[in-house]
Design a protein around this ligand. Sequence first.
Ligand SMILES: NC(=O)c1ccc[n+]([C@@H]2O[C@H](COP(=O)([O-])OP(=O)(O)OC[C@H]3O[C@@H](n4cnc5c(N)ncnc54)[C@H](OP(=O)(O)O)[C@@H]3O)[C@@H](O)[C@H]2O)c1
Length: 222
Amino acid sequence: MARPSVTLKLATSMDGRIALANGVSQWITGAASRARVHQMRQAADAILVGVGTVLADDPLLTARTLPMSDVQPVRIVADSRARTPVTGRLVQSVGLGRVVVATAQPAGSAVAALETAGVELWRCGGPSGQVSPDRLLDHCAAVGLQSVFLEGGGHLAASFLRAGLVDQIAWFRAPLLIGGDGLPAVAALGIEEMPHAVRWKPVATERIGDDLLETYISSDAV
Ligand SMILES: NC(=O)c1ccc[n+]([C@@H]2O[C@H](COP(=O)([O-])OP(=O)(O)OC[C@H]3O[C@@H](n4cnc5c(N)ncnc54)[C@H](OP(=O)(O)O)[C@@H]3O)[C@@H](O)[C@H]2O)c1
């Protein structure tokens, strides 16, 4: 059973920030880039974010293309402690398409409330006590999801990168500077020697409105 392909989407300022220090990220990129992201979501089997993004943005995570497809990608939250709010837009929109909370939490009232609300719970805990990216992708493969569109935030992106599980990066870069107090697109990777930093192969550059979309593939795929 092949693991799904993973595309990491980054929507950043020129200096690689995904949000202001206070967590506000709407909107860094322009309308045309955001429309492209909706097309990319629609083309994927699943959309994945960390619970930090759910708590900060209260996202729907649907693919809002024109026209909007009846078949939506599965929306997955990596949420070790089942903190996804039942009252949030994601859970409240479960009628639009499957919502999965991948968790390390075996049971409890938060898990039960999510299940009652129609959310699927996947047990994907790893040795760190957080959701294991490997186990999460194994779960995706087991239910036939072959492509995952990973939308961040920075901590979940870093975990997937550290585990070597990102195949492609779609980096939307908007012409503004947020500064070092903004949130980095990728949290700590723990790299101590330059040769250990993975080099990505640039395969495409496209201007979208005033933004740039750069596509990179993993050097493993070359
Ligand atoms: N511009 C963009 O493209 C973009 C996209 C997304 C988000 N954002 C912004 O990014 C910010 C949120 O980013 P963030 O880094 O704080 O949150 P995040 O990466 O969305 O979520 C991090 C949380 O995910 C959970 N998690 C579960 N398994 C994990 C694992 N293996 N590795 C890492 N985390 C795991 C952890 O909470 P538990 O331990 O409780 O599970 C962790 O605190 C928000 O301000 C949002 O607006 C911007």
